[in-house]
Ligand binder design. Structure first.
Ligand code: FAD
Ligand code: UQ1
Length: 457
């Protein structure tokens, strides 16, 4: 690596010293060959596992550079959901059918789509086994399997979600998101409870976005006086970045939302309309609360198929990558992108977008036997929608320092940022990110900073 961390080996040095037995492709002429997808034996130059936000963006970039039939995408689902729209669906601002496209129309035409699940990774033999009984041999592997939702970890929750009269809902799954607005519509009084689980989740702002939207909904309909809203988070703070946390603390006060920190939902008894919480500062201390509406953010984990391959993952099951290069720490022909990577960024599509050029250039460098030059700085972004017409646009890096794109204070609620989130982000996602052309807003930020600098002169 030309720009490497002080006191560490470069990625290529480290890999040369430590992992020669993993046959790093960069040092083997076999991998410089122009191996094509072999339909019989299922071989490819690059295998992308997962065709969601990160996987599809990577497949688009790689198949465009490497040409037809060099890239396989392993993805079992028919539909590709634009998950950031789920929050707006919960508030009745968009419909579920606006949030997805057919997978066949989204995945790049130059890549071959295998519509199956990965069931076993074998990185020592450069193979992945599939649910349809195939063994796919790859030269390079990109893991983009996202996070799995674990509603079943909370006793009583799945039963509650599947009993529509129970007024328990969740924006996190396409299966349940439609029910959120229905719950809002039929709630006139009582305790409306929102939760944040005790684990890393995708879009850590979403559990409170839906609370702010709900607050605005009840105000608009004149029901707010009879509704108590509480936001219950397992975290010790409302948001991890102080600049935005300060603004959000003012907001919850102004909107009369009760904030309970260190509080984890452990059980739902929907027959009694009771949610049971554990006080994480006093483990074992339980606290029951009656609800008239309960919005749950489920626990999430790395997919089992990834987590069970111990050579590939860290202790908590995420793909063990270098946080700057996104290359695997043991297998130099393996990269990860998005929510299933161990890089300690906030897990969002915006983060996957910013990772995508880094993974692409570093993977190409590995293919060409060159040293890795690109670094991901942990950029992530969370448009915290605060109602039906306003949004705080949080953007930050690994150091939790704000890295703002626009030349104004983004911690302030603004209509412009709401408009961007609701109307501009979906086409940006489908037309640019999914086609491999959106690398995050770094370039925009540079342009705005030049404008800002010139204004100051
Ligand atoms: P995903 O996009 O989830 O894709 C993973 C893919 O892997 C899926 O297609 C899945 O079918 C496939 N897969 C899983 N297991 C296997 C297997 N065994 N074999 C093969 N394929 C497999 N991000 C933002 O940037 N801004 C937002 O405002 C925002 N809001 C959000 C609101 C909500 C309610 C939610 C749920 C998410 C939000 N996100 C937001 C987060 C964003 O959607 C994710 O971070 C992003 O989609 C992660 O991309 P990914 O590729 O890692 O995973
Ligand atoms: C972003 O890049 C992105 O990925 C496509 C999102 O997911 C939909 C976002 O929500 C945001 C806010 C960004 C960052 C983009 C800009 C223009 C600040």
């Amino acid at each position: 690596m030309s720009r490497r961390l002080p006191g560490t080996f470069s990625q290529s040095q480290r890999l040369l010293f430590a992992t020669n037995h993993h046959s790093c492709p960069a040092f083997s002429t076999r991998f410089l060959s122009t191996s094509r997808v072999n339909l019989e034996r299922q071989e490819c130059q690059v295998l992308v596992v997962g065709g969601g936000s990160g996987g599809c963006a990577m497949a688009a970039k790689l198949s465009s550079r490497l040409g037809e039939n060099k890239v396989i995408v392993l993805e079992p689902e028919d539909k590709h959901y634009y998950q950031p729209m789920f929050t707006l669906i919960g508030g009745g601002m968009k419909r579920l059918d606006q949030s997805y496209r057919q997978m066949a129309d989204v995945l790049p035409k130059k890549a071959k789509w295998v519509k199956e699940k990965a069931v076993e990774f074998d990185p020592d033999n450069n193979t992945v086994s599939t649910s349809g009984g195939k063994t796919i041999k790859y030269d390079f592997l990109v893991i983009a399997t996202g996070l799995q939702l674990k509603y079943e970890k909370i006793p009583g929750l799945v039963e509650a979600l599947e009993t529509p009269e129970s007024n328990v809902c969740s924006i996190y799954s396409p299966k349940y998101v439609d029910h959120v607005y229905e719950c809002l519509r039929r709630t006139y009084k009582g305790n409306v409870i929102f939760t944040f689980p005790h684990c890393p989740i995708k879009c850590a702002g979403a559990p409170q976005k839906i609370a702010y939207i709900s607050d605005h909904y009840f105000r608009k309909l004149g029901r707010r006086d009879k509704v108590n809203i509480s936001y219950n988070t397992s975290l010790p703070v409302i948001f991890g970045v102080k600049h935005y946390a300060d603004a959000l603390m003012k907001l919850v006060k102004k909107r009369n939302i009760t904030l309970n920190v260190n509080r984890n939902l452990v059980e739902v008894r929907h027959c009694d309309n009771v949610a049971v919480f554990e006080d994480l500062t006093k483990p074992g201390t339980l606290h029951e609360e009656k609800y008239s509406m309960l919005h749950v953010t489920p626990p999430m984990t790395a997919p089992d198929v990834v987590a069970k391959c111990k050579q590939l993952v860290t202790d908590n099951g995420f793909v063990d990558v270098h946080q700057e290069t996104m290359q695997h720490n043991k297998y130099c022909n393996v990269f990860a992108i998005g929510d299933s990577a161990s890089s300690p960024n906030s897990k969002t599509a915006a983060a996957a977008a910013a990772q995508s050029p880094v993974v692409f250039r570093n993977l190409m460098a590995t293919i060409e036997g060159k040293s890795l030059t690109d670094k991901y700085d942990g950029y992530s972004s969370c448009p915290i929608v605060t109602g039906y017409n306003a949004c705080i646009l949080a953007e930050f890096d690994y150091t939790l320092t704000p890295v703002e794109t626009f030349p104004f204070d983004q911690a302030k609620e603004r209509y412009s940022m709401f408009f961007m989130k609701k109307e501009l982000m979906p086409p940006l996602y489908w037309q640019l990110m999914m086609k491999g052309y959106w690398n995050g807003p770094a370039l925009m930020r540079k342009m705005f900073s030049i404008v800002k600098f010139n204004k100051k002169q």
